[in-house]
Design a protein around this ligand. Structure first.
Ligand code: HEM
Length: 481
């Protein structure tokens, strides 16, 4: 009786699955206009309650552990891909410890060592890839960014030894793991279908490869100068005194690469697509490097990234319009009254947070549909209120420790591409570093434009769990000098 309004649908079970699945942001916008910020729809037979806006984000993402649960929803998809005893196949308290291990590994020293590695990977990729031979050409940018992402993420986070195997068998194995991550597997994860069999084989093979690598590293006495994640996890201990077992390290390594790969590869593709639609911004980025790093453009260092505010804003603005995770889900464990309303969300509902809705709301971002990186500078006419009023907001910001270090509750922010609360992303700083370094290198190498010279931007593919540009996303490139 006190449930939020239900979105109209013709068929039971199917409900609104199709309209939601084709274009989630449009679905949220249309229903928000009709029903307000909180409403329910049927997704694959399940009553799914959407609650958008900063209050909705806070209600769901900062929900108490006895009220909301992530692993119940995600485990069917993630456990066959990652493997047992990690992330959503263990109690939440254990995930919090695992997140702490991962977060601690991502130190400033580690980051300092990562920037030159990423730079070299990008340069060598641009040199050896046939699609970039010559002075100019046209390329579907998405598969290229996917490769650049996997080479840079694996080399930095997984170490040189694993990186080198991506040139051979590992790329195919990860592709098979990917197939397990398709939305259809929310229903068919268990089925002995060809793609699930390949997924299971790939999981076992990759996990074994990591475990063999750990044994070799242990046997030869690991090099303490290395900052990769595997090295760090091999030296981590749970609060109860046990070392992290090898199979868990292997599974965490798979989880990390999967989490980082899709989100970063989608974001970097969007960055390139957007730059092609705005050659003026690409020129401004090049000029920013000349002005702030020197005419000869010396090799990029970690410290340089902070000297490139527009380059940083490119990532921020792209994530505002193209956050790869459009829907964040939680199971409801106890009936949850929605503050300030008469609604109570029953335990047979799933909650869905969509921080992208407030990130594209003109209440917070003037001309929200416009991709304008410069808006993240305070003086810009399109600057959002969260930037214009930065100092006070920063002071009021509430921080909390769920077991993996202090994180912002984010309850007041309309901009949460990395989530908030207990399940917040631990990869934000790494992703920023990776995306900024890749962008800076690409800007040094190329001028981009749309093939027809227009400022058009391709649509979004929502068919996989992480949204990304529709393909082919063709870009015209021309080498500088
Ligand atoms: C969680 C976004 C990159 C590792 C999350 C969540 C979001 C997110 C929205 C919250 C999910 C939820 O509440 O259900 C992004 C974006 C990225 C990115 C937009 C890049 C542009 C990365 C990278 C890594 C990573 C590079 C690893 C190095 C994780 C982990 C979690 C997480 C371990 C925690 C999951 C949990 O506690 O349930 N990310 N992420 N992410 N992300 Fe990221």
């Amino acid at each position: 009786p006190n449930e939020p309004p239900m979105v109209f649908h013709w068929f039971p079970v199917i409900g609104s699955t199709i309209t939601y699945g084709m274009d989630p942001p449009k679905f949220f916008d249309q229903n928000r206009k009709k029903h307000g910020d909180c409403f329910t729809f049927i997704l694959l037979g399940k009553k799914t309650t959407v609650y958008v806006g900063p209050e909705g984000n806070n209600f769901i993402l900062n929900g108490k552990i006895r009220d909301v649960n992530a692993e119940e929803i995600y485990t069917v998809l993630t456990t066959p891909v990652f493997g047992k005893d990690v992330v959503y196949d263990c109690p939440n308290a254990k995930l919090m410890e695992q997140k702490k291990f991962m977060k601690i590994a991502l130190t400033t020293e580690a980051f300092r060592s990562y920037v030159p590695i990423i730079s070299d990977e990008v340069r060598s990729y641009l040199k050896r890839t046939p699609d970039f031979k010559g002075q100019s050409g046209v390329v579907n940018i998405c598969p290229k960014m996917a490769e650049i992402t996997i080479f840079t993420a694996s080399h930095t986070l997984q170490g040189k030894e694993i990186r080198d195997q991506f040139d051979e068998k590992l790329a195919d194995l990860y592709h098979d793991l990917d197939m397990g991550f398709s939305p259809i597997n929310f229903m068919l994860h268990w089925a002995p279908l060809p793609w699930n069999n390949r997924r299971d084989f790939a999981q076992r093979t990759v996990a074994k490869l990591y475990m063999d690598t750990m044994q070799r590293r242990r046997a030869r006495g690991d090099d303490n100068q290395t900052y990769d994640m595997m090295h760090h996890l091999m030296n981590s201990t749970y609060k109860n005194g046990t070392k992290v077992p090898d199979h868990e390290i292997a599974h965490i390594m798979i989880a990390l690469l999967m989490a980082g790969q899709h989100s970063s590869s989608s974001t970097s593709s969007w960055i390139m697509v957007r730059l092609a639609s705005r050659p003026d911004v690409m020129e401004a980025l090049y000029q920013e490097q000349i002005d702030n790093l020197g005419k000869d453009l010396p090799p990029l260092k970690y410290e340089d990234l902070a000297k490139l505010p527009l380059n940083q804003a490119i990532v921020k603005e792209t994530l505002r319009l193209h956050a790869p995770i459009h829907s964040i889900m939680r199971a409801v464990k106890t009936p949850m009254p929605v503050p300030g309303t008469k609604y109570v969300i029953p335990t047979d509902h799933v909650l869905l947070a969509a921080p992208g809705v407030s990130a594209t709301d003109d209440q917070y971002f003037p001309q929200p549909d416009k991709w304008e990186p410069a808006r993240w500078q305070k003086e810009h006419p399109l600057a959002p209120s969260i930037v214009r009023n930065e100092e006070p907001a920063e002071e009021e910001e509430e921080k909390i420790d769920y077991g993996y270090g202090l994180v912002s509750k984010g309850s007041a922010s309309p901009y949460l591409p990395f989530g908030a609360g207990r399940h917040r992303c631990i990869g934000e700083n790494f992703a920023n570093l990776q995306l900024q370094t890749i962008t800076a290198e690409i800007v040094r190498a190329f001028k981009f434009r749309n093939v027809d010279g227009s400022d058009k931007v391709i649509g979004t593919d929502y068919a996989s769990l992480f949204s990304r540009p529709l393909e082919p996303a063709n870009i015209h490139w021309e080498r500088r000098n």
